[in-house]
Design a binder for this molecule. Sequence first.
Ligand SMILES: Cc1cc2nc3c(=O)[nH]c(=O)nc-3n(C[C@H](O)[C@H](O)[C@H](O)COP(=O)(O)O)c2cc1C
Length: 449
Amino acid sequence: MTRHIHIGVFFQGVGHTIAWRHPDHAPHDAFETYVRFAQTAERGLLDFIFFGEGLVVREHQGKFFGPIVNGRPDTIALLPALAAVTERIGLAATISSTYNQPYELARQLASIDHVSAGRAAWNVVTSFSNSAARDSGGDQVAYNFSKEKHLEHATRYDRAREFVALIRQLWDSWEEDALDGGRVNAAKIHAVDHAAAWFAVHGPLDVPRPPQGHPVIIQAGQSDDGRDLAARIADVIFSPFRDLEESRAHYADIQARLLRYGRPSDAVRVLPGLAVVTAPTEREAHDKAEAYRRLMLTDVVRRYLLGEQSGADFADVDLDGLLPDIDPSQPGVNGPLLTRWQELSRERGLSVRQIADTILSRPPVVGTPAQIADHFEHWVDTGASDGFLLTPTVFPNDLDDFVDLVVPELQARGRFRSAYDGTTLRDHLRVARPAGRWARSSASVAAGT
Ligand SMILES: Cc1cc2nc3c(=O)[nH]c(=O)nc-3n(C[C@H](O)[C@H](O)[C@H](O)COP(=O)(O)O)c2cc1C
């Protein structure tokens, strides 16, 4: 049986992964940009649109550089507005489990699910720290939330596990039929009385059970803790892999973890992030990709990203020379990473600029619609993914091209829907709707058992 291909699309926000200097790039402060994004994705019958979250503007040595992923209106404001101008497309928000409270977020996500009639999704992130702010001895994200330090990795995931378990209890605190017409049946609303390491919440939620039972849950962790959380709770898993074998290994690892948690092997959709550049001819597609590359990687960006990833100072380093001898044991420096770059520079004679280009840019898949469709089919058919999360380099151009050229090709091959066959995001993804923890007990009560 051929497997269905699932496709979401990431509105990347300003930053180095998009060619924001391209003359066609749509303005991020105009609501029309987001309307066009959502409506184009829906015209292409994609599963969902997706927004990331950064919570800081990049800062290096006292200078602001650019937002990590945002530079646009907040998702909690965007998604309900986009729900009103679309009918089917799923609406996914990235929101930190480190810098929010479960009761508040449960209300917000349940509300988006209600106003969109079952199209909401939550990408659970624990948020990354900005190493460039280590100069000032603290952490930039934490400083925005009145905290001295970002939580350690394992601690963030500990909080995330409890956060998600609690938010799901809150979504379950109203039975399916607790609302009878306009009347609330108070007997069908239940406290959660949660008290554990991170949170103490009495409940119930003040918003009825979401139409999808629970909004779709997305997770993108790559560490052991991250993958573990994903296997426990996610309906969709994002990954960063561009290599087929790496992605297959990740897929197999997720399958093994699902088994460990007693979940069926088809319980989740694994979607690697992927930039696609396509055009009617191969030549046009490659010319376009090369023009994008030149717009994205400037020397300022190279210096900043080398510094951010390694924790070392690249402000005055000669980009045309070999990587200089920077002490990898300095405080705040990622020693193993810097040593690997130094070896690469010495052994292959690569300049600092070349190292930046090979390590930091994530080249797109470039080709004709048929070549892109081949790529999609090959990955899905060889157990490397269930589809992709598109990461357009220039919006709207790349999404228009995908919808106008690649979607018809996939449809002609019988690999992509020709119409939405359901109304909720869970329908599009073909993932189960959670039953709710009161479903069985109510049935038992009704049956007098
Ligand atoms: C496609 C994709 C999108 C992501 N978007 C975000 C985001 O918007 N905000 C965020 O804080 N982290 C984002 N992440 C990072 C992950 O949540 C995760 O922190 C990262 O993959 C490292 O894994 P770990 O948390 O297990 O160490 C994204 C990752 C991927 C692969």
